[in-house]
Write a protein that binds this ligand. Structure first.
Ligand code: FES
Length: 101
C-alpha cells in the first residue's frame, strides 16, 4: 500500500510497504514527528496522526485502548489514530495521514 504522510512543517512523504505497521513505515522513511517511542505497543502516543477526512473509513476507528490513549492527547479529534495500531494492507492503499506533533 502507498501511504502519504504530511508533516506539521508541510513536508509530503510518500512511502510504500506491504506489511508491518504504519508507524514502522514512517520510521523507515524518516517522517518527522513520528517517534514511535514505545516500539508500537500503544502506550506512548508519539505516533499520533489525523487521517485525511475522506480516508477515515478506509483506515477505521481506533480500538478501545487506543481510543483511551488518544482522548488524553491535546490535538485529539475524530480523525485521530495512533499509527502503530494501523496495519498496512491493500485496504489502506492511497490514504493520506497528517502527522500530529
Ligand atoms: Fe507508541 Fe504508537 S508507537 S503508541
Amino acid at each position: 500500500a502507498k501511504i502519504t504522510f504530511i508533516t506539521s512543517d508541510n513536508e509530503t512523504i510518500v512511502a510504500e510497504a506491504n506489511s508491518g505497521s504504519v508507524m514502522e513505515l514512517a520510521k523507515d522513511n524518516n517522517v518527522n514527528g513520528i517517534d514511535g517511542d514505545c516500539g508500537g505497543v500503544c502506550s506512548c502516543a508519539t505516533c499520533h496522526v489525523h487521517v485525511a477526512a475522506g480516508d477515515f473509513d478506509k483506515v477505521g476507528a481506533p480500538g478501545e485502548i487506543e481510543a483511551d490513549m488518544l482522548e488524553l492527547e491535546d490535538n485529539y479529534n475524530e480523525h485521530s489514530r495512533l499509527c502503530c495500531q494501523i496495519d498496512i494492507s491493500d485496504a489502506i492503499d492511497g490514504v493520506t495521514l497528517h502527522v500530529v506533533n
